[in-house]
Design a protein around this ligand. Sequence first.
Ligand code: GDP
Length: 446
Amino acid sequence: MLNNRNDIICAVATGNGGSISIVRVSGEGAFSILKKCFSPIKRIKNAYQHGRMMYGNVYDANGETLDEAMAVCFYAPSSYTTEDVFEIQMHGGSMSAQAVLKTIMALGARMAEPGEFTRRAFLNGRIDLSEAEAVMGIVGASSQMARRASVRQLKGGVSAGIGKAREELLGLVALISAATDFPEEIDEDVTAARVKEKSQKVIQFLKSASDKRHARILRQGASVVLAGLPNVGKSSVMNALLSCERAIVTDIPGTTRDVLTESVELNGIKLSLSDTAGLRDTEDTVEKIGVQRAKDALENADVVLYVLDAAREMTDEERENLSKMDDRYIVLLNKSDLESVVEFENAVTISAKTGEGVKELTDRIIEKIGIDDVNEDMMTLPRHIECANRAIDALARAIQWIDSAMPLDFAANDLREALEALGDITGESMNESVIDRVFQDFCVGK
Ligand code: GDP
C-alpha cells in the first residue's frame, strides 16, 4: 500500500445505471471540502449534524451548479471508516457523479483505491479482516443463504470461534514457557498431556468449522443432477422444479443431447439443476459426447435425482444403474398420474405433469444437501479454510513432538505457527501480503 492513510479519499460508491449516484469521501478535513462544494437549502437548521440528510445543491469551483443533491456527514469515529466521512447523493447516470468527483478532487481529495474505505475500517480497528471480507461476501452473494452466512461473518461469527481457539493456544504457549522456566514446580508430563488434549480439541473445532463441501455449497450452491433413461421425464421434472418451461420437452427418445444447467433457489440455497442426456449406450457420436458429459456431471453432483417412469417396467439398464447408486441419490417415480407398475423403496412419487409430489421432492433435496444454516462458526471462504488447514497441520506436528517425548519447546514452536495461521484469518497477525490479497478483490468505493 503506497498511498498515505492520512489522505482524504473519494470514490463513486454506486454502480452504473442506477437512478441515484453516491459519492463517498473519507479522511480528516473532509467536511471542509463538503462545505466548499455543497450548500444546503436555507430552511435547514443545524446543518452538518451527524447522520442528518441535507437537501441542497452541489456546485463546482466557479459556482456553477452541478446537480441537486442530498448530503450527509458522519463524524469520526462513528463512520464506516471511523474517520470523518460524507456522502453526496445525486441524480444517477455517470456524468453528475463524475463532475462532483472531479470537483472534490480539485478541493484536495484523491481517488480511493479498490477497497480502501473498508481497508481503513480494518486498519483503524473497527472491523477485523474476516469481517472486511464478509462485506465482499454480501456484495457477491449468489443466494440468500450465502448472504446470511456473510452477514454472520460480518457480525463476527467466524472471528469469535477463531478468537477462542487462539486464546486456548496462547494459554498453552504460556503454560509451556512456565513449565520450562520452573521445572521443579510444574510437572512436564502433566503439561505435555494438557497441551496434547487441548490441541486435539482445537483441531476438532477447526476441522468442523472448515468443512470444504459446506463452504462450497454456501458460496456457489449445490449441484443437483437429473439422471435416467430417455423419456422418463427428466426435462419435465426439471421444468417442474424451475416452475418454468426452459428445458425442451419432447417425446422422441435421446434428444436432450447435452447437459443443460439452470439455477434455482430453494429454501435460500442456490441449486444448479442439470438435466443430462439419457444415460444409455449409443453409437451416435454427438449423443456419445452428451453421455460422457452426463457421466462427469453425475460424478461431481451433490445430489442425483434418478428418474424412473412409473408407468412402465424397469429395464435391466435401470436396475444396473440403480445397483450402483450411493447416498447422494434420490429415486423418483415419475408419471404418478398414470397407472403405476414400479415400486422402489424410499422413492419419491411425483408427477411432473400435474405437480404432485414436487413439494416432497424439494424437501428431500434440501435434506440431502444437509447444510446447517445456523452453525455460527462455519467458514465460507477458501482463504479462511486454507489458514485453518495450516493451523491444523501445525497442531498435528505439535502433538507428534509430544508423542515422541521431545522437549516441549518443539511443540511450542508449532503452536506459535498455528497461532499465526489463525491470526491471518482475522488479520491480527497484520501480515501485509495477506491484507493486500484480501483487498485486491474489492471494488473502488467499497
Ligand atoms: P426426458 O427425456 O427424460 O427428459 O423426458 P421428457 O421430460 O422429455 O418427457 C418425456 C415424455 O414423458 C413427454 O411426452 C412428457 O410429456 C411425458 N411426461 C413427463 N412427465 C410426465 C408425467 O408426470 N406424467 C405423464 N403422464 N407424462 C409425463
